[in-house]
Design a protein around this ligand. Sequence first.
Ligand code: GLN
Length: 265
Amino acid sequence: AFTVGVLALQGAFNEHTQLLRSAAQFHPATQFTFLEVRTAAQLASCDALVIPGGESTTISLIAERCNLLEPLRDFVKVQRKPTWGTCAGLILLAESANRTKAGGQELIGGLDVRVNRNHFGRQTESFQADLDLKFLGAEGGKADPFRAIFIRAPIVETLLKASDGAQEDEAQKPETVIAPSKDVAEGIDPSIKQQPVEILGTVQGRTAAVKGQDSATNNEAGDIVAVRQGNVFGTSFHPELTGDARIHAWWLGEAVRTLEGRKSS
Ligand code: GLN
């Protein structure tokens, strides 16, 4: 049996739990327990975790106040348990984020990327787009488009070098916050190595439409809105606000595969 937590400090955690429950039906052979996580003890009982969308500054401040920041960093970066962040959750899982007021926000980190918060503009510039997400296609086949909802969404602006993380170059940039480095502790399975960042989804042709855009992205290739690095998965958009459980079902399957692979090796 697997316990999958949803960080329930603020934001769309309830929607995630609902959709995870529907997604579990795609894995009839596996028994899942879903748990709203508000304490370090609850987190410790989880095999995998979802960090929902909402407001990343708020989630980060509450996590700090509940003494959850360090346990979360440990969960993601030392134990390397499967973790998925959507929107604000993606921001928190990045090693570097911009447009962050000084002292206002701490990151968990885990993804060697820099995110640009509120990339597409304000709430009124929220939009939906059909994404071609190859990983949803069965055995290399084409998947139906995924209707993605973007609400004050971040994008992945830069992939950072895993070796030096965000620590050096990124710290020089104004309005930038970086996640503190976390050394892999002794006693952790050394076969759990850090992987490169994979780009799993892009959205085309949005940046140009936004006035006052100050972020240089390669718009021809599209803006990066879904990435994975080893145990950490992030999406800019909100699959939990749709009725489409395909990404949840895929992620549960990947999480189970990762965890079972570790047990047997
Ligand atoms: N813009 C928000 C932030 O920076 C994220 C928005 C969302 O999660 N829908 O936290």
